[in-house]
Design a binder for this molecule. Structure first.
Ligand SMILES: Nc1ncnc2c1ncn2[C@@H]1O[C@H](COP(=O)(O)OP(=O)(O)OP(=O)(O)O)[C@@H](O)[C@H]1O
Length: 602
C-alpha cells in the first residue's frame, strides 16, 4: 500500500523512495531482523503455520476433485468413496485452516507490534541523544513524519509482507507441482500464455507508470496554484484577478484530465490484452482438458491455475513493498549511524567526584557553529562567575548571548579557549552530570502536556507533594495555582488550561527551584509582562538566584543593577565588564548607551 508522505506543512511529498532489491541491499538491511530475534519462536511458528495454511489451501481443490469425481462415479453406479466422507474431510481441512489463519495473524501481529515498538524506542532514544547541531540543521517535523512513515513500512513488512511472500511461494510451488501431476501436457498449454503475459506486462507497465506519474505531477502543480492563490488571496482580490486565476487553474486541470485519460487508455489496453490472454488460455485448457481429464480433475486444474495466477500477480506488489522497506530501513540505519551526544541515558544521581560548588570561568573562548564554520560568533570571551555570584550578560541583538548559554549547557564545545567549572575543564565532567547540576530558565517557557504538578516536578521527578508546593510558593506561583479548581492537578499544555506568560515563567522558576542547581542560567523574558506579573516574576527570580551562581542574559537592564558583574558582549567580544556603578560611569561606554536608550524608550 502506497503511503503518501506528509511534510511538516502538511503537503504531500514524494512517496517512500524505493531501493533496488539486490544481494548487497538486502545484506545491508538485515540488521532490522535483530528486532525479531527476541520473538523468534513466535515468528518461526508463524512462518510454519503460513506454509501449512498454504498447503491446506492447496488441498482444497484436490478434495473438490475427489468430491466431484466420486459423486460422478457413484452416479454411474460404480464403486467410489462416499461423497459425504469427502465433504466431511473438506470441512475438517477448512477447520484446520481456520486455526492456522487465526494463529498466524495473531503471531505475526504480536511479533510485528513488539519488534516495531522496540525499534521505535531505539529510534526515539537515538533522536533524544542527538546533539543540538543535529536539530539545528533539520526540520524536526519533517524528520519525525518521515521516520513514522518508515516505521509503518517496516511494520507492514514484518507483520504481513513476509508472510504473504511465503504464502505466495508455497501456493506457487505446490500449485505448479500439482498441475504438472494432474497433466503435464495441459500445464504446458496453460504455461504457453506466460511469455505473452510477461512481454505485455513489461512493455505496458513501464509506460503506464510514466504516464500516471506525469498525471500526478500535473495534479500536484494545480494543487500548488490553489495553495498559492489561497495564501495570497488578498493579492488576488486586490488586483481583481479572480478570472485570471480561474483560467490558470482551469488550464492546469484540463492538462490533468488529458494526461489521466492517456494513462487510462494504456491501462485499458493492457487490462483487455491480459484478460483476453488469460481467458483464451482457460478456453484452450478446458477445451483440450475435456478430452484428456475427468471433470473433477479439470475443475481442480482450473482452480489451481487461478491460485497460481493470483499469487504471481501478488508478487509484483510484494516486490514493490520490499523495495520500499529497504528504503525505509536504510534511512533508519542512517539515523542510527549518526554520532550521539555522550549523555547518560540511565537516571543516575550526581556523583560526589563530579559535584560542583558553582564557580564558572570562561578563558578566551571562541566559537563558530558547525553549520557555518567561517563565521566566528564568539571571538574572545573571558569572565569568571564566583561562587554564588550573579553575572549578567548584556549586549545588542546578535552579540552571541544565547550562543554563550548553549556553550555553558554543553550543547556545543568551544573551538578555542576553555570553559571551567570549579576550575576544572568542562570536558572532564560527564555531560549528564554537569547538566544535572544546572538549571535553565528560557525566555519562552514550554510546558509539557500534563498537570502543573508534573510540570514543576520535571525538575526533580521523585519530588513529594510538599516539595512541589514549597517550590511553587518560593516561585510565587502557589497563589494562582490554588485559585484553579483542580489546583496542582490542573492540566496545562496544548490540551489544557493556557497559562499567561508570567504564570508559565513562574512554573518554570518553581521547576528550577525544585532542581536546586549549583548553577542557574536564565534567559530573561523579553516579552513585556504587565507590571504586577513582572514584579512577581522578579521576586520569584530573586528567590531562585539567592545563594547560587547565576548567569543571566538580561534584556531589561533595570533588573540587573545589583548584579555582581555585568559582562557587555558585542560581536562576540567582551567590550566591558564590571558592576553597574562602574559601567554606568564609563564615558561613551556601550552599557551606558544601552541604558540611556532603554531609559529613553521607556
Ligand atoms: N544554530 C545556529 N547555527 C548557525 N548560526 C547560528 C545558530 N544560532 C545562532 N546563530 C547565529 O549566531 C549569532 C549570534 O546569535 P545569538 O542568538 O547568540 O545572539 P544573541 O546575542 O542571543 O541575540 P538576541 O539578543 O537577539 O537573542 C547570530 O548571527 C545568529 O544568526
Amino acid at each position: 500500500m502506497a503511503r503518501p508522505n506528509y511534510s511538516s506543512n502538511g503537503s504531500i511529498k514524494e512517496e517512500l523512495s524505493k531501493v533496488k532489491l539486490s544481494k548487497e541491499s538486502i545484506k545491508e538491511n538485515l540488521w532490522v531482523f535483530k528486532y525479531i530475534i527476541p520473538y523468534r519462536f513466535k515468528f518461526i511458528l508463524g512462518l510454519v503455520l503460513i506454509a501449512l495454511s498454504g498447503v491446506t489451501t492447496m488441498a482444497f481443490p484436490y478434495l473438490l476433485k475427489e468430491l466431484i469425481d466420486n459423486a460422478h462415479q457413484i452416479s454411474l453406479g460404480k464403486d467410489a468413496i462416499a461423497p459425504g466422507l469427502v465433504a466431511l474431510t473438506m470441512l475438517g481441512v477448512l477447520s484446520i485452516q481456520m486455526v492456522f489463519s487465526f494463529s498466524r495473524v495473531y503471531l505475526f501481529s504480536f511479533v510485528g507490534e513488539h519488534a516495531v515498538a522496540d525499534l521505535r524506542k531505539d529510534i526515539y532514544k537515538q533522536m533524544i541523544m542527538m546533539p543540538m547541531e543535529f536539530f539545528a540543521q533539520r526540520r524536526v517535523g519533517e524528520l519525525s513524519n518521515r521516520l513514522s512513515a518508515d516505521i509503518s513500512q517496516i511494520q507492514d513488512t514484518v507483520s504481513s509482507v513476509l508472510a504473504e511472500l511465503l504464502r505466495g511461494l508455497v501456493v506457487l510451488l505446490i500449485g505448479i507441482g500439482l498441475i504438472f501431476y494432474l497433466s503435464w501436457k495441459l500445464t504446458l498449454v496453460m504455461l504457453s500464455v506466460v511469455p505473452v503475459i510477461v512481454v505485455v506486462a513489461v512493455v505496458f507497465s513501464r509506460r503506464i507508470r510514466k504516464e500516471s506519474k506525469d498525471a500526478q505531477d500535473q495534479l500536484a502543480d494545480s494543487g500548488v496554484i490553489v495553495q498559492e492563490t489561497l495564501q495570497g488571496i488578498a493579492n488576488v482580490k486586490a488586483f481583481s484577478n479572480e478570472a485570471y486565476e480561474l483560467k490558470r487553474y482551469s488550464i492546469s486541470v484540463e492538462k490533468v484530465v488529458k494526461l489521466a485519460i492517456k494513462s487510462a487508455q494504456l491501462r485499458g489496453i493492457f487490462i483487455s490484452i491480459m484478460i483476453f490472454s488469460i481467458f483464451a488460455a482457460i478456453v484452450m485448457v478446458v477445451w483440450y482438458g475435456t478430452s484428456i481429464l475427468q471433470f473433477g480433475e479439470l475443475t481442480a486444474f482450473v482452480v489451481y491455475t487461478a491460485f497460481i495466477g493470483g499469487s504471481m500477480a501478488g508478487f509484483a506488489e510484494l516486490y514493490s513493498q520490499l523495495q520500499k522497506t529497504l528504503g525505509a530501513t536504510q534511512r533508519v540505519k542512517e539515523l542510527f549511524g549518526e554520532v550521539t551526544e555522550n549523555v547518560n541515558i540511565k537516571d543516575e544521581p550526581v556523583q560526589e567526584a563530579f559535584r560542583i560548588e558553582g564557580t564558572v570561568e570562561l578563558k578566551h573562548v571562541a566559537f563558530s557553529y558547525p553549520s557555518r564554520p567561517e563565521i566566528q560568533i564568539l571571538k574572545d570571551v573571558s569572565f569568571k562567575a564566583g561562587l554564588g555570584q550573579q553575572i549578567a550578560i548584556v549586549g545588542p541583538s546578535g552579540a552571541g548571548k544565547s550562543t554563550l548559554v548553549s556553550l555553558l549547557l554543553g550543547f556545543y564545545n568551544p573551538a578555542e579557549g576553555a570553559l571551567l567549572f570549579d576550575g576544572k575543564d568542562a570536558g572532564s565532567y560527564p555531560l549528564s552530570q554537569l547538566r544535572k547540576q544546572m538549571a535553565f530558565v528560557p525566555q519562552d517557557v514550554l510546558l509539557f502536556g500534563g498537570t502543573i504538578f508534573e510540570n514543576i516536578a520535571y525538575g526533580k521527578p521523585d519530588a513529594t507533594g510538599e516539595e512541589v508546593e514549597e517550590a511553587a510558593r518560593k516561585a510565587y506561583a502557589h497563589g494562582f495555582i490554588s485559585s484553579f479548581p483542580e489546583g496542582y492537578n490542573t492540566v496545562v499544555g496544548e490540551r489544557g488550561v493556557k497559562l499567561s506568560g508570567g504564570q508559565r515563567q513562574r512554573v518554570a522558576i518553581a521547576r528550577a527551584i525544585l532542581k536546586d542547581p549549583a548553577i542557574l542560567i536564565l534567559d530573561e523574558a523579553t516579552s513585556s509582562l504587565d507590571s504586577e506579573s513582572e514584579l512577581l516574576v522578579q521576586k520569584a527570580l530573586d528567590s531562585l538566584m539567592k545563594g547560587r551562581t547565576s548567569i543571566v542574559i538580561a534584556h531589561r537592564l533595570s533588573t540587573i543593577r545589583n548584579a555582581d558583574k555585568i559582562v557587555v558582549l558585542e560581536k562576540g567580544l567582551v567590550k566591558e565588564c564590571g558592576t553597574h556603578d562602574e559601567l554606568i560611569h564609563l564615558d561613551n561606554g556601550l552599557y551606558r548607551n544601552l541604558n540611556k536608550l532603554q531609559f529613553e524608550l521607556s
